[in-house]
Design a protein around this ligand. Structure first.
Ligand SMILES: C[C@@]1(CC(=O)O)C2=NC(=C\c3[nH]c(c(CCC(=O)O)c3CC(=O)O)Cc3[nH]c(c(CC(=O)O)c3CCC(=O)O)/C=C3\N/C(=C\2)[C@@H](CCC(=O)O)[C@]3(C)CC(=O)O)/[C@H]1CCC(=O)O
Ligand SMILES: NC(=O)c1ccc[n+]([C@@H]2O[C@H](COP(=O)([O-])OP(=O)(O)OC[C@H]3O[C@@H](n4cnc5c(N)ncnc54)[C@H](O)[C@@H]3O)[C@@H](O)[C@H]2O)c1
Length: 217
């Protein structure tokens, strides 16, 4: 396995099958801003709600060869394993990204457990061997990863942009961040005082820049 973060904004993605497994996969793809089409003769009530809300497209028919053409990514979760296998084989031959929900060996990617906090994305996988443990680890880490991290990342990105203009070498920027982002700052974030954490970090940046300037003279 090799982890990558796919940027699927506006990419056409096809889910074959319309049961509960398909619904879980549709939610994950919508969270990544993909354009989701479900291909199945029947779909579950939760998917019907998404169709009515205009969030997904439904092609009301069984899989036929060629239906996979034009999609960036394919998820095969039909109740019919022959249809799943045929779609996967055809899509792999076209070089598409393919997952068969109960056949990792027929896929070129698998679905991890996911935790999102704004731009933060944490994923857990067991190479298909123990999904129940992926779920347990997700629940375990969800408690530790406070929702505040989403906003904190936005604040860090702004300070990072400032550090990029005030510290000219990448070595200096790396040295700054490695000594600046410390447990005391993260404790303030955990306590809910992001403003104090940000102020402390800015103070450290200012001192660091002064030291660098001093060394250069
Ligand atoms: C992470 C998660 C995300 C998601 O589903 O989106 C996910 N499975 C989850 C839960 C879960 N799945 C199953 C159980 C019952 C316990 C058990 O049977 O073991 C539980 C636990 C529960 O639900 O409590 C049954 C199951 N799962 C697979 C098979 C087929 C097989 O193993 O062959 C069967 C047997 C079906 C049957 O018996 O009919 C296969 C896969 N499941 C994967 C992902 C991929 C590998 C992930 C990894 O590497 O860990 C892969 C390969 C599919 C893929 O790549 O899409 C989600 C946790 C979400 C969360 O965080 O809460
Ligand atoms: N990955 C996992 O975590 C996991 C967990 C449980 C089950 N599964 C497997 O995933 C599959 C789907 O599970 P489910 O609970 O969503 O099933 P389900 O029975 O609720 O839904 C099956 C769906 O497939 C559609 N379908 C049937 N034949 C089709 C065809 N030829 N073309 C297109 N669509 C077709 C049906 O209309 C229905 O919408 C099953 O094979 C199941 O064994 C995987």
């Amino acid at each position: 396995m090799y982890p990558i973060n796919l940027l699927l904004d506006n990419c056409p993605c096809l889910i074959i099958g319309g049961g509960n497994v398909a619904f879980q996969k549709a939610k994950g793809l919508l969270a990544a801003n993909a354009v989701v089409t479900v291909l199945a003769p029947e779909i579950c009530p939760q998917l019907q709600n998404l169709v009515q809300a205009g969030q997904i497209i439904w092609q009301q028919r069984p899989y036929t060869p060629g239906a996979e053409a034009g999609y960036t990514l394919l998820l095969c979760c039909a109740g019919d394993s022959t249809a799943n296998a045929a779609a996967a084989k055809a899509a792999l031959a076209r070089g598409q990204l393919v997952n068969v929900c109960d056949k990792p060996e027929e896929s070129n990617w698998t679905t991890p457990s996911v935790i999102r906090r704004g731009p933060l994305l944490c994923t857990i996988s067991t190479n298909g061997q123990a999904p129940a443990f992926s779920r347990w680890l997700r629940l375990h880490w969800e408690e530790k990863l406070t929702p505040a991290y989403g906003e904190w990342i936005e604040r860090l990105a702004a300070i990072r942009a400032e550090a990029q203009s005030s510290l000219t070498s990448s070595q200096a920027r790396q040295a700054f961040w490695r000594q600046a982002l410390t447990d005391d700052i993260m404790a303030l974030v955990a306590e809910g005082d992001q403003a104090a954490a940000e102020a402390l970090l800015r103070q450290k940046l200012q001192h660091f820049c002064e030291e660098v300037q001093h060394e250069n003279h």
